[in-house]
Design a protein around this ligand. Structure first.
Ligand SMILES: Nc1ncnc2c1ncn2[C@@H]1O[C@H](COP(=O)(O)OP(=O)(O)OP(=O)(O)O)[C@@H](O)[C@H]1O
Ligand SMILES: [Mg+2]
Length: 309
């Protein structure tokens, strides 16, 4: 079976006539972590939420495990909901303050009418331990936890249904450095144990480097470069990717935004230019519009193709 865990094909989103995600193609192979990086507002969260059908795409297709879920009605989507989950940066907002941690973690089981109440409690306790918390936390409340502990609870809740695809949207960016590493380790361990396929949205390139198999770089709603992590880090071709990699980490550790000082003109001036005969055989139009071209080793970069015959 060759189908991918998740595949987005030509997916777009318009908000009020403005295209914020523009014909993005993105594949998360089974068992792999694909990182989605790019400046604030480039469309990463919108893309991740469209993958889960939490935002409706304006155009394009979403395939989950090879099944086209793009236009399934909510009722028909329900079995697929179990397979795809999300963890956000701000877990405090997503944990109901009135519920115990045991109830929070078990709630997806209840929603899907899985097991008896006591079976659900047991599984919630198992998951507390699996994410590194004592089973006794089951009777505590979210406000009693640290940020890192709350993120562990969010992970348990997301994975208790046995998801195959996890979208993690900056899951560590609100955490202190030491805690951040613990949560990354937790996600890495669970990913390996469960054979999870993960779309990992992050501004933290050192985490991306250690966690991701592949990197997809977005700029203003478009994918401008993608490829295996080691190739992207060693041999980025797009000026925007290079600027991202060169950007000095921000001094203030609480500031989560990285700045890349490149104007549209600078990007255009430095976008790679190829002649059609330089490029691996593939359907190409001779146009000045940037498009993704294939480099060696499953590495793609947006480039301007000039001088065609
Ligand atoms: N519900 C919405 N209505 C209108 N515009 C939106 C909506 N959601 C997002 N946008 C806009 O779409 C663009 C992409 O936003 P998105 O949140 O996907 O970016 P992002 O890459 O996740 O950024 P960040 O790194 O800051 O999280 C932004 O310009 C944003 O203002
Ligand atoms: Mg975002």
């Amino acid at each position: 079976m060759s189908e991918h865990a998740l595949e987005l094909s030509q997916i777009s989103k318009e908000f009020g006539g403005r295209t914020v995600v523009d014909r993005v193609n993105l594949v998360v192979p089974k068992n792999q972590v694909v990182a989605l990086v790019g400046e604030s507002g480039s469309g990463k969260t919108t893309t991740g939420l469209m993958a889960l059908r939490l935002i409706e795409p304006s155009a394009g297709r979403i395939l989950l495990g090879g099944h086209d879920i793009t236009s399934l009605r909510q009722r028909d989507l329900k079995p697929f909901r179990r397979q795809m989950q999300v963890v956000f940066q701000d877990s405090y907002a997503s944990l109901d303050p009135m519920m115990t941690l045991g109830e929070i973690i078990a709630e997806p089981l209840a929603i899907h009418a899985i097991g008896t109440a006591s079976e659900r409690r047991d599984r919630a306790r198992d998951w507390l331990q699996r994410v590194g918390l004592d089973g006794s936390y089951a009777t505590r409340y979210p406000h009693e936890l640290s940020g890192g502990q709350r993120q562990r609870v969010s992970v348990a809740r997301a994975l208790i249904l046995g998801a195959s695809v996890l979208v993690a949207d900056e899951p560590t960016s609100a955490l202190d450095v030491s805690v951040k590493a613990q949560i990354v380790n937790l996600l890495q361990g669970l990913q390996a144990d469960m054979g999870l396929s993960m779309l990992f949205i992050s501004h933290d390139l050192s985490v991306v480097r250690s966690l991701a198999d592949q990197v997809v770089v977005m700029l203003r709603g478009r994918v401008v470069e993608r490829g295996p992590t080691d190739r992207i880090f060693a041999n980025a071709h797009h000026p925007y990717t290079r600027a991202l990699l060169d950007a000095v980490p921000v001094i203030d550790p609480t500031a989560r935004r990285r700045r890349t000082f490149l104007t549209a003109e600078e990007i255009n001036a430095n976008t790679p230019r190829f002649r059609p005969e330089d490029i691996e055989p593939q359907p190409l139009v001779d146009t000045a519009d940037p498009q993704l071209v294939a480099l060696a080793g499953s590495h793609f970069v947006e480039a301007i193709v000039t001088g065609g015959r």
